[in-house]
Design a protein around this ligand. Structure first.
Ligand code: MGD
Ligand code: MGD
Ligand code: SF4
Ligand code: MO
Length: 884
């Protein structure tokens, strides 16, 4: 009998409920959980493809010491003794943990407890520093606590949704689907997007403000000044429940409308239209994400937004409020346990002596960190200059994701002792570990996560632990015990969760926002069955939909909110040598450093190469051709990417996805170009605004291959590899022509004397095509030319799974184009049903003029719906073209 398990998606902060089914043969499949209040059954493309990412390909299955298989005992003893040695010799601040918003709350709780309460240092920071730190700091400045006031329901109840610095359609797709559904039933609902580029999310908006990078403080200060003199200003709320309005207004009024226009790059008319819409719409939710947080003025941006909501009293009421969209599945849980270096535990402040004493008594711990620890960027600086002697990295890949990534790699390589807990063996960071510990992955691990709306859900295991893999909390607890500490005798995540819940309610009495004291006595059985719930859930209080602050009660000592005077100006990081603004972010179907989504063929088919999005007019000036290769560089680093010319990108700007890394491309770790500039208040690095130079990356020769297995070693100035249904596809750029291509292919792809070889060489055009076959099966097709290879990628990929029975069929592979009886599907748009752009264009020509009609004909867009906006864009484009 197939078994069904209710669990939670391990990707974004929407925190969708998933039902995983394992059939009688052990094969897993997933679907959305209709009963989960985050998604009510919906999933996006990444969630839908989860079952394709849980195979054991590339997994770490055994502990390793210096690259050699080891047993747990030896590995844990070594970790404990190295940490103890460093502490004994150099003090507790000579060690550090760098953890992750992808740890479960229970993992995180144990790590934080060990570092702050037992080792006695606060040198535990997390990739959430790169993600949510400015929101945390902004919340704490305004509210006295790190509280997200609203709920997802507010997105459906709002009449105006402002998406600022958020590409919701790609990064929180299920929230986007919920908003779309609400807009469909109430067409008067308005959406405004604010982003320096026209992201896919802007396609759904009623208004798009193409703001200059980091112009947000000026924009929202202008809004505050506007609101102050308008009917939307809520004098009663401001007087009764807030402090600091006049100063904030004064700071906002230092800029005239013209100054705001100058600083934001937006026309006065556009500004007025937006301000007026905000003023006249009471039910407004302002959603923000990394375009706000990842900035050297990120905390000020957050407070500039919150100021506008406080001034109108539009906070914590149905359909109203500022809404920080969290990135990772457990960014919130990490904040709740105090996983940031400047927090304590259960939302208590590390600077507060009474709080430190309270937590120490609760933990019955020998010591307590007395001051904040090193924040991520400072932590890796301390690794670089030798202050950190032992470092433990868990569930994050800083060699790819930290700014100044080349320096970070060098720092980790030179660190005397590095432990990495991961699920994948070949990540750019795992390669540098002295001790590599196999973690339990999604489907195997068990515990809780908290989503953007403060909802705590269970991640449940439905697969056996592979090899010797163990959950992260167990790694930490075992090392703690071996370091001689009591208080880490946990048998299961339920016990850890209960302790965390108890701490949240300990001496709380309504003084702290985070309180799930009602769960303090939870038994393993009840924990197992626990349904998703929102915090707070105080002991004795009923469960239900929760919002904060409508009553005007904040968590500052006088319970009033603070307006913050924000004066910071946008950073101009460009220069003569680096005249372009580099903006980095995400694409629809990849998750971060691709260690999981890179395994799914259908997720890798949406955008299969690292790219640089650039405005066609800039490209023309720079001599960059469509589909050519470009070098993006500055004094920090240099990457080589495929050019993607698009009007979505403003002039003078270039957008590069954060995902590609040394596992998937020759030289595309874009974080290497990002300076370690941080926000002075939150310590969050600026990952969306740095000056770079863009130029064509001249290549003497280009190649494209489809191959049945993953090549082990690729050497070329440019290569990018992506998984396909039946193998891999590889793009190449060479700095010189290849002499003997057959020999090169055999060597590079490890074919040696295997495979029947067919070749086609066209001397005048210097095009070469080589095929290697095992009977009727294609092993490798390699196409090479002096310019980017023009072969239908999707068609070529399909040849790997097509039996090529006749010599004619095998020769057709060399011809490199679809036969007349086959249609080239074109680049994948719908990854769930593998529908390509050409098929959609064909269906539009055949009379399908709505997304629904396309869905009926091709199925495209009918499963997760993530591609529906792109389909709509294609239909609109075709119809426009037809009309012209
Ligand atoms: N598909 C996918 N989804 C994800 C993830 C993923 O890896 N892949 N990761 C998850 C995580 S951890 C996070 S943090 C979230 C991030 O979710 P988002 O923040 O929505 O994603 P980003 O693409 O990083 O950036 C959002 C937008 O900010 C814009 N931006 C850049 N600079 C500025 C600026 O100065 N002002 C304004 N207003 N906008 C600016 C960018 O152009 C970009 O379109 O996504 C989560 N969801
Ligand atoms: N250029 C640029 N850089 C960025 C950003 C950007 O917008 N631009 N965004 C930043 C943001 S918001 C974020 S959140 C970070 C994300 O950056 P990272 O956290 O570095 O990226 P991930 O690929 O999610 O890394 C997670 C690692 O944990 C492993 N893993 C998965 N599950 C488990 C598990 O259960 N246990 C253990 N121990 N390991 C596991 C994965 O294999 C992977 O190696 O990137 C940041 N860096
Ligand atoms: S929106 Fe997609 S990635 Fe995010 S939690 Fe839901 S299914 Fe997972
Ligand atoms: Mo993030």
């Amino acid at each position: 009998m197939p078994t069904e398990t209710k669990t939670t998606c391990p990707y974004c902060g929407v925190g969708c409920g998933v039902i995983a089914t394992v059939d009688d043969y052990g094969k897993a499949s997933v679907k959305g959980d209709p009963g989960h209040p985050a998604n009510f059954g919906r999933l996006c493309s990444k969630g839908s493809a989860l079952a394709e990412t849980i195979d054991l390909d590339g997994r770490v299955l055994y502990p390793e010491i210096d690259g050699q298989r080891a047993n747990w005992n030896d590995a844990l003893d070594l970790v404990a003794s190295k940490f103890c040695e460093a502490i004994a010799e150099h003090g507790p601040d000579s060690v550090a943990f760098y953890v992750s918003g992808q740890c479960l709350t229970e993992d995180y709780y144990v790590a934080n407890k060990l570092m702050k309460g037992f080792i006695g240092s606060a040198n535990i920071d997390t990739n959430s520093r790169l993600c949510m730190a400015s929101s945390v700091a902004g919340h704490r400045r305004a509210f006295g606590s790190d509280t997200v006031p609203g709920t997802y329901e507010d997105l459906e109840l709002a009449d105006l949704i402002v998406l600022v610095g958020s590409n919701l359609a790609w990064c929180h797709p299920v929230l986007n689907q919920r908003i779309q559904a609400a807009k469909q039933s109430r067409p008067d609902m308005k959406i405004v997007t604010i982003d320096p580029r026209r992201s896919v999310s802007a396609d759904l908006a009623d208004m798009h403000l193409m703001i200059k990078s980091d112009g947000d403080v000026a924009l929202f200060n202008g809004l505050l000044a506007h609101l102050a003199g308008s009917s939307a200003f809520d004098q009663d709320y401001v007087s009764a429940h807030t402090i600091g309005f006049n100063d904030a207004l004064e700071a906002a009024q230092t800029r005239s409308m013209l100054d705001v226009s100058e600083e934001t790059g937006l026309a006065v008319g556009e500004l007025r239209a937006f301000y007026r819409l905000f003023e006249t719409t009471e039910k407004v939710v302002t959603c923000y994400s990394q375009g706000i947080n990842q900035s050297s003025i990120g905390t000020d941006k957050v407070n500039a937004i919150i100021n506008c909501h406080l001034a109108t009293g539009r906070i914590g009421k149905p359909g109203m409020g500022p809404f920080s969209l969290t990135g990772q599945p457990n960014a919130m849980g990490g904040r709740e346990v105090g996983g940031l270096a400047n927090m304590l535990a259960a939302h208590m402040n590390i600077e507060d002596e009474a709080a430190r004493d309270r937590v120490q008594r609760f933990w019955n711990s020998p010591t307590m960190a007395a001051r904040p620890g090193l924040k991520a960027v400072e932590m890796f600086e301390a690794v670089a200059d030798g202050r950190i002697k032992a470092l433990w990295i868990m569930a994050t890949n800083p060699v790819v994701s930290m700014p100044d990534a080349d320096r970070v790699r060098e720092a980790i390589s030179n660190c005397p002792f590095v432990v990495v807990s991961d699920i994948q063996k070949n990540t750019d960071t795992a390669a540098l570990a002295h001790v590599l510990l196999p973690a339990a992955g999604w489907g195997e691990k068990d515990g809780t996560v908290t989503n953007s709306e403060r909802r705590i859900s269970r991640q449940r295991n439905f697969l056996d632990l592979p090899g010797d893999a163990k959950p992260d909390w167990w790694h930490m607890a075992e090392v703690a015990k071996r370091m001689g500490f009591d208080g880490f005798d946990y048998d299961n995540p339920a016990t850890i969760f209960a302790e965390h819940a108890a701490l949240s309610g300990f001496e709380n009495g309504g003084t702290r926002d985070f309180d799930i004291g009602a769960k303090a006595d939870i038994s393993p059985g009840i924990f197992e069955a626990m349904s998703p719930f929102q915090w707070p859930h105080r002991k004795g209080a009923p469960e239900g939909v929760t919002r904060f602050f409508a009553d005007g009660q904040f968590y500052t000592p006088d319970r009033k909110a603070r307006f913050i005077s924000v004066k910071s100006e946008r950073d101009d990081r460009t220069s003569k040598d680096a005249p372009f603004i580099l903006n980095t972010g995400r694409i629809r179907d990849q998750w971060h450093t691709m260690t999981r989504t890179g395994k799914a063929a259908r997720l890798s088919s949406h955008l299969a190469e690292p790219f640089a999005e650039i405005n066609p007019a800039d490209a023309a000036e720079l001599g960059i051709d469509k589909a050519g290769l470009v070098r993006v560089e500055n004094s920090f680093g240099s990457v080589v990417l495929r050019a993607l010319l698009t009007e979505r990108q403003p002039r003078g700007g270039v957008f590069v996805p954060m995902h590609w890394n040394d596992e998937y491309s020759a030289n595309a770790r874009v974080a290497a170009l990002l300076a370690p500039h941080t926000d002075p208040i939150s310590g969050q690095p600026a990952l969306k605004n740095i000056g770079v130079k863009v130029r064509p990356a001249e290549m003497a020769y280009h190649g494209f291959a489809v191959v049945a297995f993953r090549p082990e070693r690729l050497e070329a100035p440019y290569w990018a590899v992506a998984k396909t249904e039946a193998g891999w596809r590889v793009e190449f750029g060479f700095d010189k022509a290849l002499d003997d291509i057959e020999a090169w292919c055999r060597d590079t792809f490890g074919l040696f004397d295997r495979g029947e070889h067919l070749a086609y060489v066209d001397n005048p055009t210097r095009q070469q095509r080589h095929g290697f076959f095992d009977g009727e099966r294609l092993l490798l097709a390699f196409y090479a030319a002096p310019e980017p290879v023009a072969v239908s990628r999707d068609w070529a990929v399909k040849q790997l799974s097509t039996p090529l029975e006749t010599a004619r069929a095998r020769f057709a592979v060399l011809a490199g184009r679809p036969g007349t009886d086959q249609m080239d599907p074109g680049a994948t748009v719908c990854s769930c049903f593998s529908v390509g752009i050409n098929q959609i264009v064909g269906a539009v020509a055949g009379g399908c003029h709505t997304v629904e009609a396309i869905g009926r004909q091709l199925n495209a867009g009918t499963n997760c719906g993530s591609c529906r906006i792109e389909i709509k864009g294609i239909i609109d484009g075709c119809l426009r073209q037809a009309a012209e």
